[in-house]
Ligand binder design. Structure first.
Ligand code: MN
Length: 375
């Protein structure tokens, strides 16, 4: 059986748990996330930046903890990671942080800035040099616009090609549709930096029953998972309706792990709103919002059975596969089965676009996917 190689628009790395404790001055290190586990081992209390919330222990969410015969060893080891990728048929990867998923919950600008710089420096030492297949997301502080711009420009100078943005900034910062962020969009376009939003990265609601818990009761696990999807949709509709992407036509965004079929749907909704409410619409756009969404926004999916049809039947060409390595929502351990089932009976052109082409639009510096028999 021939291997189907793919790139991934959605992968993760697990930093050492003490990364921030070892790299920040003590008064800041004390504010970084700290966990107190319940004796029963199911829940923990997490303290972040002087705030506390409850969450279910996430360890079971990692394929790393599957049976020993198939552990995702590469989640903590950038060299061993290549072996996992080759086995799965994943070539280039957009790599998101793990600790950095907390960033939108930090509320102290000085802490956020120092923590994310430490993470970026660590990634430059430990992941980036290992392989040109790794597209590591730089992390930028989004409490203060000037801090975000400064870190993006620094990251671009270091060679990062994309920045990770939370789907909603902390409530102390302006939301993504506000004009306050204009300098960031201009800086990202000028530096050719892709904006990578990962679903489910809204700030933790301290009043909720637990991080990531919106619903309890029947269906809760499915409801809470599906709910994370909408954060990515909200982030990008703000970027479109506010004119941010229109004013910066070379700026491109990736929404990771939220599926892809919603893009044509959301485009229809934005277009209808724009056209039918035209008199009230501010700002006016130079292109219709659906066109902006369909051309400047890329979306990664794992298993979605309708994603290929979004490309073939709905005219949305920026559909991108993502493995979500090593999370349990992802395809680790069965990537080839998933790809074979997704692309059974599908044209080669479509398969190459979804597994390779959309990714190379954004990250042309990644070496080409191998071809031939020796792979
Ligand atoms: Mn992911």
């Amino acid at each position: 059986m021939t291997k189907i190689w793919t790139n991934s628009g959605d992968s993760h790395f697990l930093e050492p748990a003490d990364l921030w404790q070892t790299r920040l001055p003590q008064r800041l290190a004390e504010l970084t996330p700290r966990s107190e586990k319940d004796p029963d081992g199911e829940w923990e209390t997490v303290h972040v930046d002087g705030q506390s919330f409850r969450r279910k222990l996430p360890t079971s969410a990692l394929a790393e903890f599957k049976e020993d015969s198939y552990r995702a060893v590469g989640v903590r080891d950038a060299k061993a990671r290549i072996g996992d990728l080759d086995k799965e048929g994943v070539w280039g990867e957009v790599i998101f942080p793990s600790l950095g998923m907390w960033a939108s919950t930090f509320r102290t600008p000085e802490l956020l800035k120092a923590a994310l710089r430490a993470s970026n420096e660590w990634a430059l030492e430990e992941i980036v040099p290992v392989s040109p297949r790794y597209v590591v997301t730089a992390q930028i502080p989004t409490l203060i616009v000037e801090d975000a711009v400064a870190e993006l420009e620094w990251a671009a100078e270091q060679g990062f090609r994309t920045v990770f943005l939370p789907t909603t900034p902390h409530p102390k910062a302006p939301d993504w549709h506000r004009d306050d962020w204009e300098p960031l969009w201009a800086a990202a376009e000028a530096a050719d930096m892709v904006l990578s939003f990962h679903v489910g990265t809204d700030p933790v609601d301290m009043a909720s029953a637990g991080a990531g818990i919106v619903y309890r009761g029947p269906g809760g696990a499915v409801l809470n998972y599906a709910e994370t999807t909408f954060s990515g949709q909200r982030a990008i509709m703000k970027m479109v309706a506010s004119g941010a992407l229109d004013r910066h036509p070379r700026l491109r965004a990736l929404i990771s792990e939220g599926g892809a079929t919603w893009i044509p749907f959301l485009g229809d909704r934005l277009l209808e709103g724009y056209r039918q409410h035209y008199k009230m619409v501010r700002p006016k756009l130079s292109r219709d919002p659906k066109e902006i969404l369909m051309t400047q926004v890329y979306a990664s999916f794992q298993h979605d059975e309708t994603a290929v049809a979004a490309h073939d039947a709905m005219g949305y060409k920026n559909v991108m596969f993502g493995s979500d390595y090593p999370h349990m929502e992802g395809t680790f351990g069965h990537t080839q089965d998933t790809l074979k089932s997704l692309f059974d009976g599908v044209s080669e052109e479509t398969r190459l676009r979804i597994t390779q082409g959309a990714f190379y639009d954004l990250f042309p510096q990644v070496p080409p996917v191998p071809t031939g028999d020796n792979v």
